[in-house]
Design a protein around this ligand. Structure first.
Ligand code: FAD
Length: 432
């Protein structure tokens, strides 16, 4: 089997790349380990963050009768989306004993909730409509450059097969096997490994407006309304390894916590589990004929729309690389300038969120959040990369904030990579 492009992984990055490659007339094969490409199997809160300028783009959902289109204004493309979706105007952060920061959109939504299965099935339709081929239930175990071509080794139905192509796009998401086999992880720093557990609960009776709710502290959870906007909410928790810590936290929130009354009549309709491994990003995301795309080269999340954006660039990059050369380098320039964590000052923005505890003790979080009880913080569309900085600024703006804790808040704004590593290790020790 020989192709212009082989794409390893059919998530949002891989399927968008497949659509773009096939549209440009390249013979394209997607190899995916799942049996169904249109079924999401990884935990996901399904928020579309539409803050202007995120990833150097203005992303929006344009609704028309019968369908919507996800529009990437600056890159000049759009993709069909036919699934359920609704805009949310409120979001909340709760302290361990229930003090609340309530955000509300300033005459505009904070974001949109979408359906991940629908995103995948619409992308699949676009890619297969343009002629891309698919090999499912097939696990890629390694890849190698061979002269003017490259190949991957695939395990399918107990057999091993070799698939060869002119270029290979690695779109496996975090913890990529091919990146590891190519030796590219040696260029990165390992930041950690975390299991996630997600329950989708039918019959949830949440008194707050539908939107993201995140509970901070020594026990943490995120609540996300389903795209139908009905009484179906997802609960997502993470822990350090071993993964059974996730189940203990989930049981606590469902049965003994400040939010458990909301789940008295609720029952799980779906359970998902994911373990993610986090490295610093690959700043030179290619090796020979392999281009590493989306989260496989990322640090933490590209988010679904960031993965689609990088898939689109990857399609163009392969075409250019095959035609004149230089395509992978031009992908690299876009990648490094768009993704915040490729730049030093942003690298740990999301990680800071995860170390709120133990950086602040539970009682300190209760104190800080109590300063905002009863207020509605009017704000623009949500951006997970800037939310931590904004929260710290909000605390500091509260009159009468205790001096000592204000100093601690200031410090979190400027904390560096080494401190973050120590705090993460401390959290790990406390959980053992
Ligand atoms: C808990 C959690 C919550 C999140 N919430 C949001 C959110 O609210 N909004 C948002 O936009 N993003 C969210 N994300 C992030 C989002 O899911 C990712 O950024 C996005 O899915 C990355 O896309 P990708 O295509 O790069 O990788 P993935 O979506 O991981 O896709 C990779 C694909 O490759 C396949 N694959 C992997 N390895 C192999 C192999 N060796 N052989 C063959 N196939 C393989 C996988 O089965 C998968 O289909 C969340 C992530 C987590 C963990």
């Amino acid at each position: 089997m020989d192709f212009d492009v082989i794409i390893v992984g059919g998530g949002p990055a891989g399927l968008t790349a497949a659509w773009r490659c096939a549209e440009k007339g390249l013979t394209t094969l997607v190899i995916e380990k799942k049996d169904r490409l249109d079924e999401n199997k990884r935990a996901n809160t399904c928020y579309l963050h539409i803050a202007p300028g995120m990833y150097g783009e203005n992303i929006s959902l344009r609704r028309m009768p019968g369908e919507a289109r996800l529009v990437f204004e600056k890159n000049g493309f759009s993709l069909r989306y036919t699934g359920e979706q609704f805009d949310y105007y409120d979001s909340y952060m709760l302290s361990p004993s229930g003090h609340k920061v309530h955000y509300r959109g300033n005459n505009q939504p904070l974001g949109t909730v979408f359906d991940m299965d629908a995103i995948l099935s619409d992308l699949l339709r676009e890619a297969s409509g343009r002629g891309a081929g698919f090999l499912t239930s097939a696990l890629v175990v390694s890849g190698e450059n061979r002269g003017n071509r490259a190949r991957v080794t695939v395990k399918k139905a107990g057999k091993s097969l070799l698939v060869e192509g002119r270029k290979i796009l690695v779109c496996e998401g975090l913890s990529s096997r091919v990146v590891e086999k190519l030796g590219l992880n040696k260029k990165r720093e390992w930041l950690g490994k975390a299991p996630f557990l997600q329950y989708t609960m039918e019959g949830t009776d949440c008194p707050l407006e539908p939107g993201p709710i995140s509970i901070k502290g020594s026990r943490r959870i995120i609540m996300a309304p389903d795209a139908t906007g009905k009484n179906r909410w997802s609960l997502i928790t993470s822990s350090t390894l071993p993964a059974k810590g996730c189940k203990t936290t989930m049981d606590y929130f469902l049965n003994d916590s400040i939010i458990s009354p909301w789940f008295k009549k609720a029952y799980p309709v779906k359970k998902l589990a994911t373990t993610v491994e986090i490295f610093t990003p690959l700043l030179e995301p290619y090796e020979g004929h392999f281009l590493i795309v989306g989260e496989s080269a990322g640090c933490a999340e590209t988010q679904v729309h960031g993965a689609m954006l990088s898939g689109f660039w990857a399609g163009d990059a392969v075409y250019e690389e095959l035609l004149n050369g230089g395509g992978f380098k031009s992908y690299q320039r876009k990648w490094v300038s768009a993704f915040h964590w490729c730049k030093e000052e942003w690298r740990h923005a999301l990680v800071k969120n995860s170390i709120l505890y133990p950086y602040f003790k539970d009682e300190e979080l209760d104190y800080l959040f109590s300063l905002l009880d009863g207020q509605v913080v009017v704000t623009g569309p949500s951006n997970p990369f800037t939310s931590m900085e904004n929260l710290m600024n909000l605390f500091l703006a509260q009159p009468g904030i205790e001096k000592e804790i204000a100093r601690k808040v200031e410090r979190l704004k400027t904390i560096g990579a080494e401190d973050i590593k120590k705090l993460r290790q401390e959290r790990l020790r406390r959980h053992l």
